[in-house]
Design a protein around this ligand. Structure first.
Ligand code: F6P
Length: 298
């Protein structure tokens, strides 16, 4: 078979591990693997490139996506979508593997509805796909966030400062929740409607009263301006307060052990699905087992 592969949207640690393992397994089984560089945009621009073993060796431990990614707005247009389908057919692609988050999933569903044989791999640091317990990249992102928060805490402790760390996740609280638990945060804010300045101040006061030297606030992105909040807390309590947005180190980090293993499991399962001619499937982890679901059910 001639199998297309692409990564779309925000990259996620573990994408390269998947690409490497899947390509090696597929080549060994006698298939051809063709990468469409820059995701769905690559389908439109016909960026097809056949992958060799050399292309995918020594990349499994790297963050990012070696076959590039984009958030393609052209793919959302009728014309762009039509061009994408034409190029899939022009390249005689028998089935297409797509890795990415919820936008990529929507694209996979559209392609599948248009008759393309698709297998979707959930790869996003946000962990915001509800049919799977874990998305590829989430564990690495949490580890990167925790590593950063631990370091920030050391300097804040030296000066007895209050600190706020904003973590990624778009609208999903999972990175914030896991990072807050792992770093024993004083306050966790995951939803705008849950936030109360008065309550934040009283919790910080209580923590300081209990002997905490550098109270911390972990907050999901897209809720409020963390730098403004730091100023307000400092003015209210007369204690030095600093804010950081941890940002892209969470996304660009190397894949954790857990994500490397998950990538290999997803790769093996994807090839099994394709070999048994099961398409229009989304792979995920349910009850700690790798399973797949029909794209139309998601
Ligand atoms: O979806 C992954 C993610 O890293 C989110 O956590 C974040 O909100 C977003 O992508 C940032 O996307 P971009 O780099 O396109 O601004």
């Amino acid at each position: 078979m001639k199998i297309g592969i692409l990564t779309s949207g925000g990259d996620a640690p573990g994408m390269n591990a998947f690409i490497s393992k899947f390509t090696n397994l597929a080549l060994k089984a006698g298939h051809e693997v063709v990468a469409f560089k820059f995701g769905y945009q690559g389908l439109i621009d016909n960026s097809a490139k056949t992958l060799t073993r050399e292309d995918v060796s020594n990349i499994a431990h790297l963050g990012g996506s070696n076959i590039k990614s984009t958030r393609s707005s052209e793919f959302l247009t009728k014309q762009g979508f039509r061009r994408a389908i034409q190029n899939i057919k022009l390249n005689e692609i028998d089935c297409l593997i797509v890795l990415g988050g919820d936008g990529t999933l929507r694209g996979a569903k559209e392609l599948s509805a248009a008759g393309i044989k698709v297998v979707y791999i959930p790869a996003t640091i946000d962990n915001d796909l509800f049919y799977t317990e874990q998305t590829l990249g989430f564990d690495s992102a949490v580890n990167a966030a925790v590593d950063a928060i631990d370091k920030i805490k050391q300097t804040m402790l030296s000066l007895n400062r209050i600190f706020i760390c904003e973590v990624m996740g778009r609208h999903c609280p999972d990175i914030a929740i896991s990072s807050a638990i792992a770093t024993d945060a004083t306050i966790l804010i995951t939803e705008a409607k849950q936030f109360s300045f008065k309550e934040t101040i009283s919790k910080i006061k209580e923590a300081i009263g209990d002997g905490e030297e550098a109270p911390s606030v972990i907050i999901r992105e897209n809720i409020l301006d963390v730098f403004e909040l730091a100023k307000k807390i400092q003015n209210e309590l007369d204690i030095e307060t600093r804010a950081c947005r941890i940002g892209y180190v969470q996304r660009g980090t190397a894949p954790s052990v857990m994500d490397r293993i998950l990538a290999r499991k997803f790769a093996k399962f994807a090839l099994e699905l394709i070999s048994s001619k099961k398409f229009s499937r989304a792979i995920g982890q349910v009850g700690n087992k790798i399973k797949s679901k029909n794209l139309s059910e998601i």
